[in-house]
Design a binder for this molecule. Structure first.
Ligand SMILES: C[S@@+](CC[C@H](N)C(=O)[O-])C[C@H]1O[C@@H](n2cnc3c(N)ncnc32)[C@H](O)[C@@H]1O
Length: 225
């Protein structure tokens, strides 16, 4: 896959897929976007509201591993246990992963080792990283994946944008994801297209438009009743 390392507005790296001419994160700031959309408005909000001890997360698009690594960081010193299932159709190489500057932009104990451990974890099986985080990377497409009903508490929907990869955002695909969310579970994404909001509502989710990260007006969080 033709990938180019780029530096975004907050100094953190991202990748540019030159075939699609699409970046893995907002060019205004990769870490900033990931923290705002998935961690603050997704994971932290879910924890505040539900006070869970176990959380099952589905991520669509493992990519650089940034969301997984920030998730691991958030619960590192807590009693919460996370099982993190992440789908990726086109994994990046170890060489590219080791060049990403996230562990030098955000430092915490063993930040670099843990970042690389996520990348080096075997595919298609659960792997314990520290004691309270299990990563289960699935090398497959979202389209091929079958889920159980009510499997996940939280979904990080981080596919390429609808204008670049419309097949990821089709209602039939969103329906499959919605079915896999537990009652009171949540779906978060950086995308705030009107069509997406209408589709999520038509699937019975309660949809909120929230302020987006710097450079983006809105993002979406949807909750299952
Ligand atoms: C926006 S990027 C992911 C960003 C990622 N969460 C990160 O923090 O780097 C979208 C990702 O979806 C992956 N992808 C593309 N088609 C896919 C498919 N059909 N199923 C699952 N993942 C796919 C891409 O390879 C890419 O890694």
């Amino acid at each position: 896959m033709p990938l180019q390392l780029i530096t975004t507005g907050d100094g953190s790296h991202s990748l540019l897929n030159t075939d699609l001419n699409e970046t893995y994160h907002s060019t205004h700031g990769a870490v900033q976007e990931s923290l705002h959309v998935f961690i603050n408005n997704g994971l932290e909000f879910f924890i505040e509201h539900n006070k869970p001890l176990h959380i099952r997360i589905l991520e669509v698009g493992f990519g650089t591993g940034l969301n997984a690594w920030l998730t691991l960081q958030l619960i590192q010193d807590s009693k919460i246990k996370i099982h993190y299932v992440s789908l990726e159709a086109f994994p990046i190489s170890r060489d590219i992963a080791s060049q990403l500057n996230y562990p030098t932009e955000i430092k915490f104990p063993q930040s670099k080792e843990l970042f690389m451990a996520l990348h080096e974890a075997a595919w298609n099986e659960p792997v314990s990283i520290p004691s309270n985080f299990i990563i289960e990377k699935r090398k497959t497409t979202l389209q091929e994946m079958d889920f159980h009903q009510n499997e996940f508490d939280l979904v990080y929907f981080d596919a390429f944008a609808p204008n670049k990869q419309p097949e990821m955002w089709e209602v039939s695909v969103l329906r499959k994801v919605e079915r896999a969310i537990k009652p009171a579970g949540m779906f978060v994404t950086y995308c705030a297209k009107g069509q997406l909001k209408r589709d999520l509502r038509s699937l019975g989710l309660q949809v909120e438009s929230l302020p987006g990260p710097p450079g983006k007006r809105e993002m979406v969080r949807a909750t299952k009743q």
